[in-house]
Design a protein around this ligand. Structure first.
Ligand code: 5GP
Ligand code: MN
Length: 331
């Protein structure tokens, strides 16, 4: 990281630090944030995590998740923490709109800001930046960052567990986005006696019965295949949300099942939310769903995993999605 020596000097005195990550936090958002929080605490700082919205309950196996402040539920507490902050970290998102209204609360704050992320097109929002789109996860970058900070001196089993969770969730258990570096970091983490079986079970085999039945319904009744564009679309309506009592996090991973089909190169999960329609997109190979999301659905992400949203009716969003496929996929 450029300026790391200066940042090290700033961190040589105890500080009130706030760590922010994106709305609908995933395993990488939580893993990287919690690893950094625990590490900074061991260095003698006070570190608080603020997320715009809730994280999936499967991640409560990680340490101190009860200390995370959720803006949606604790607006006053969030404002208070931001007022006292002497340093801010922005993890696992590239643009301030990914932290909703919190963006407006922090943008003019004159404190040291640090941005660590692996998404395409990072906005200039910080004084210190570690941005690497080739990195599997922000958690992988946090390992590097802590190494640069003080040779991972305070690394322990708990912190390693958080980082490993980010690696596993953002790479689909090391199936994609990996480099030799990813495996190097994983190998270093294993030196802290991690029970990988336990972690994998917590992440992959901790779903509710409801979620697995929803998966069956989505694949059986809600999946449409468009063969000429090698695309599969699952749409979930408001009624599905009611019938299956779908909560935040329950649809996590659903879109990936579409890609398991031979010949399918683009997968979309399009969901009707209370005020918006959300798109969760995946692709194989050279097709960029990041460009598709950025150009058409106010979104972004990575080449093979992106998301976006629209303020429109579900049907019209699905139709728009279908109509633009020819511009991104050769028939
Ligand atoms: P997911 O489909 O798992 O929600 O998101 C996949 C990827 O796309 C993540 O890296 C996420 O950060 C990004 N992404 C999802 N929704 C949005 C969005 O509304 N805007 C932007 N810029 N990126 C998004
Ligand atoms: Mn990530």
């Amino acid at each position: 990281m450029e300026g790391i020596e200066l940042l090290k000097r700033e961190l040589s005195q105890p500080k009130d630090i706030v760590i922010f990550s994106h709305r609908n936090p995933d395993g990488d958002a939580l893993g990287s944030s919690m690893a950094l929080k625990l590490y900074l605490e061991k260095m003698g700082h006070t570190a608080k995590i603020i997320f715009p919205s809730e994280f999936p309950s499967i991640f409560t196996f990680l340490p101190k998740t009860d200390e995370v402040v959720i803006f949606d539920f604790e607006k006053e507490e969030t404002t208070k923490i931001i007022e006292h902050a002497e340093m801010m970290f922005f993890l696992d998102f590239s643009s301030l709109d990914r932290i909703d209204k919190i963006g407006e609360l922090v943008i003019d704050k004159k404190v040291t800001k640090v941005h660590i992320d692996h998404h395409i097109d990072p906005e200039p929002i910080a004084d210190y930046v570690l941005s690497d789109t080739t990195s599997s996860s922000t958690s992988e970058l946090i390992f590097d960052f802590l190494n640069e900070l003080d040779s991972n001196k305070h690394m322990n089993e708990d912190i390693a567990k958080c980082i490993m969770t980010g690696l596993i969730t953002d790479t689909g258990s090391f199936r994609y986005s990996t480099t030799s570096k990813t495996f190097h970091v994983a190998s270093e983490l294993m030196k802290y006696n991690l029970d990988l079986n336990y972690i994998q079970n917590k992440i992959h085999n901790s779903h509710s019965e409801k979620q697995i039945r929803l998966l069956g319904h989505a694949l059986n009744k809600r999946l449409e295949i468009i063969p000429e564009y090698h695309t599969g679309i699952i749409t979930l309506t408001k009624k599905d949300y009611q019938d299956f009592d779908i909560q935040r996090g329950d649809t996590e991973g659903l879109v990936n099942y579409i890609l398991m089909i031979n010949n399918i190169k683009v997968a979309a999960l399009i969901t009707e939310q209370p005020t918006i329609v959300k798109l969760s997109l995946r692709s194989k190979g050279d097709i960029s769903v990041q460009e598709l999301a950025r150009d058409n659905f106010k979104g972004g992400g990575h080449k093979n995993a992106a998301g976006g949203h629209a303020y429109a009716k579900l049907d019209s969003v699905v139709n728009k999605f279908k109509s633009i496929l020819p511009f991104y996929i050769k028939a």
